[in-house]
Design a protein. Structure first.
Length: 258
């Protein structure tokens, strides 16, 4: 049985993946943005291995989350699930002067990857929307363009997919993959979402813990347990290295070589 840490596991797909894995007998540690949400998470999954607390839009708090995770660890797998969407939102600037969509969806997974003792498996939540992305990093914080929430979200999912593949390249003994869970009716997906909610957490749980040979791969992008083609630029080593450099400049933290 595996020990698994899941970010953003108070609600939605993170909580569903936690419940699924716990029901399979795995040991799951949760994450919540604050103490009140940590209480909610404990109530939703009483059989947990601890709850790390901190807001992923803050670099300082994300570093603190990594410290808490290392205190609870080591873990066999980490699912980088937490994310913010775009419906009805204008650009929100974080305490670090970043777009919160970039901070939560890209920079936090980057920092946690760099600072948490490397597990055997890493899973990053992407989206089919990553295909419609500007891939240039020219204005990743949306300070020079009129805000377009859907485009900002798509770009963030492009970058986190490239991050998953960069880690797969950098850490050959770690299995690092990205997942499109489908468009499903969570708080983020909204009530109009048309895909199968029950199927949506299955692939990330499977990649985190299954001994199935199809799940023991790296550098792949999955939808419903099937490999899919990601945006080709996510697989470009140059593109990946530019992203790692950009995140290292923002945080002064590097993802070490294996
Ligand atoms: N739902 C979809 O249709 C869909 C489609 C494609 C990809 N995805 C991806 O799947 C992942 C999970 O999405 P979901 O639909 O389950 O979303 P959700 O229901 O909105 O849940 C998001 C989770 O992330 C947490 N979170 C958000 N911002 C945070 C922050 N600043 N600090 C700490 N925690 C934070 C939330 O905490 P609170 O509960 O406290 O808000 C919640 O636990 C995301 O990465 C999303 O981009 C979803």
């Amino acid at each position: 049985m595996a020990r698994i840490f899941i970010t953003g596991s108070t609600d939605g797909l993170g909580l569903m993946a936690a419940q699924l894995l716990s029901g399979q007998g795995h040991t799951v540690a949760l994450h919540a943005r604050n103490d009140a949400r940590a209480r909610d998470a404990r109530a939703a999954l009483p059989d947990n291995a601890g709850v790390a607390v901190g807001d992923l839009s803050s670099i300082t708090q994300t570093r603190e989350i990594a410290r808490q995770v290392n205190d609870m660890g080591p873990f066999d797998a980490v699912i980088h699930n937490a994310g913010v969407g775009y419906y009805g939102r204008s650009r929100v600037e974080t305490e670090d002067g970043l777009s919160d969509v970039f901070a939560v969806n890209v920079l936090a997974p980057y920092l946690l990857t760099a600072l948490i003792t490397p597990p055997e498996r890493l899973v990053y939540l992407s989206s089919g929307m990553h295909h419609s992305s500007d891939t240039t990093l020219r204005d990743a914080q949306w300070t020079r363009r009129p805000w377009q929430g859907s485009q900002a979200y798509s770009e963030s999912k492009f970058y986190v997919t490239a991050l998953a593949f960069a880690v797969a390249r950098r850490w050959p003994t770690t299995l690092s993959n990205a997942v499109d869970p489908g468009w499903v009716p969570t708080k983020m997906g909204g009530s109009s979402a048309t895909d199968d909610l029950q199927a949506a957490p299955v692939t990330q749980a499977w990649l985190a813990a299954s001994d199935d040979s199809a799940a023991r791969v790296t550098g792949s992008y999955f939808h419903h347990q099937q490999p899919r083609n990601p945006h080709p630029a996510t697989q470009s080593p140059d593109q990946q290295d530019r992203l790692l450099e950009y995140c290292a400049d923002l945080t002064q933290v590097h993802i070490p070589a294996a």
